[in-house]
Design a protein around this ligand. Structure first.
Ligand SMILES: *Cc1c(COP(=O)(O)O)cnc(C)c1O
Length: 411
């Protein structure tokens, strides 16, 4: 590091280091060329590139999976619940420890999210937390529970075989929110290859990113058919094919559908990134392993759990735990920002958000593990193109900033 003269006062000071951003999307020349090719083709919206993206995406999840490209992960989850018949007055079990999108789509349909606590170590639903939430529901309305929405927090797969068994026994559909979990697998089954439907997000910071975008996948043909119709205005092309109607311009509107289709511009970026999905994940996993080796022995910190043997972690987030709790964690965020390190906090649990708290009269003790995890969580920079120098900067900054944060809070 070279020193520089500070022009404000003439003092010699160390040159400020470049900030380490929280996230940078991995965009390579091939990605750019793929998007430019669509721009040159003259066909910008949903077309052949979307179809190719859907087919390639489905193939990564196994035989028999159908994939529909949509304009966001939120749209994906909304379409899935709608197709599975969730409607007004129904209940859907979702974790409190998630982004609002998981639960807001339940409200779009006039149904109610039943916010479930999580395992504090993983941030994921367990059969025990689901059963506890279900049993708090008055007996008379239990039959209105229609679906379970596990979220694979940070990319660590939920115990899908246990959650699916519980849901099957109770007659609930399973729609998992895999916004963080690409690529990921539970006991050899890719996330998205098993349940009734799974939603993926291609938002700018997600493991595969198209700026905005998403994919909904299912193994159930009738669910795929309904989602296909509802994705684009409720237009059913098959309704006319049945009468062998020869006119290309005819279409039948069979429902007030949504405008959730993806553009070929975005699909080109998705298809291009899909080719290096595992390479991108391996780079994130390598950074996570370096972090965990560095932070494992540090007093006051807990490292996030790795996936158990046989499972595959997507490592979308590196969710460090600051054991002193929210005051030190909040101060640590500021200290790291001062050192140029970008961080984030995932999540503010939904039972603490004004809308859900007030609508459903929720209190902090309703989901105690989610509340505690929220007070400790600190997401560190984690993206495929992080340089060794950037990783070292974070590794050096965290203990120094933690010491200062603890001092200033008086721990
Ligand atoms: C990002 C995210 C979503 C929503 O995805 P969008 O593509 O932004 O609509 C849903 N659930 C979780 C857990 C997310 O992190």
């Amino acid at each position: 590091m070279t020193d520089v003269v500070d022009l404000r006062d003439g003092w010699l000071r160390p040159a400020p280091l470049d900030p380490v951003p929280f996230h940078v999307a991995s965009i390579e020349e091939d990605d750019i060329a793929a998007v430019v090719a669509v721009l040159r083709s003259g066909w910008l919206t949903t077309g052949p590139v979307c179809r190719a993206f859907e087919e390639a995406f489905a193939r990564t999840l196994g035989d028999g999976v159908e994939a529909l490209a949509v304009n966001s992960g939120t749209s994906a989850l909304h379409l899935a619940l709608e197709a599975l018949g969730v409607g007004p007055g129904d209940y859907v079990l979702t974790p409190s420890y998630t982004f609002t999108a998981t639960a807001e789509v339940v409200r779009y349909l006039g149904a109610h999210p039943l916010l479930v606590d999580v395992d504090e170590r993983t941030g994921n639903l367990t059969p025990e937390t689901v059963e506890q939430a279900y049993e708090r529901l008055p007996r008379g309305v239990r039959f209105r529970v229609k679906a379970l929405m596990p979220v694979h927090f940070a990319g660590l797969p939920c115990a899908m075989e246990q959650l699916t068994a519980l849901a099957d026994g109770a007659g609930w559909a399973v729609v998992d929110d895999a916004a963080h979990a690409l690529p990921a697998a539970r006991q050899g089954v890719p996330i998205g290859g098993g349940g009734d439907a799974t939603g993926f997000s291609f938002y700018a910071t997600k493991p595969l990113c198209t700026g905005e975008g998403g994919m909904v996948v299912t193994r159930r043909p009738e669910i795929a058919a309904r989602m296909r119709v509802m994705r684009l205005h409720g237009i059913d092309h098959d309704a006319f094919n049945r009468y062998a109607e020869p006119d290309q311009w005819r279409y039948a509107v069979v429902a007030p559908g949504f405008k959730y289709n993806l553009t070929d511009i975005a699909a080109a970026l998705g298809l291009s990134q899909l080719r290096r999905l595992h390479a991108l994940r391996d780079r994130r996993a390598a950074v996570a392993a370096t972090y965990s080796a560095a932070f494992a022995g540090i007093d006051g910190l807990d490292v996030p759990p790795d996936a158990p043997a046989g499972d595959e972690h997507a490592w979308h987030l590196y969710a460090l735990r600051v054991l002193d709790g929210p005051r030190v964690r909040n101060r640590l965020v500021q200290e790291l920002a001062r050192l140029g390190i970008g961080t984030s906090v995932h999540f503010i649990p939904l039972h603490m958000q004004p809308y859900y708290r007030d609508t459903y009269a929720l209190e902090e003790h309703e989901c105690p593990a989610a509340t505690r995890l929220h007070g400790r969580e600190l997401s560190l920079p984690l993206f495929p193109d992080m340089t060794a120098e950037q990783v070292m900067r974070v590794i050096e900054a965290v203990p120094a900033a933690l010491a200062r944060a603890r001092d200033s809070v008086g721990v």
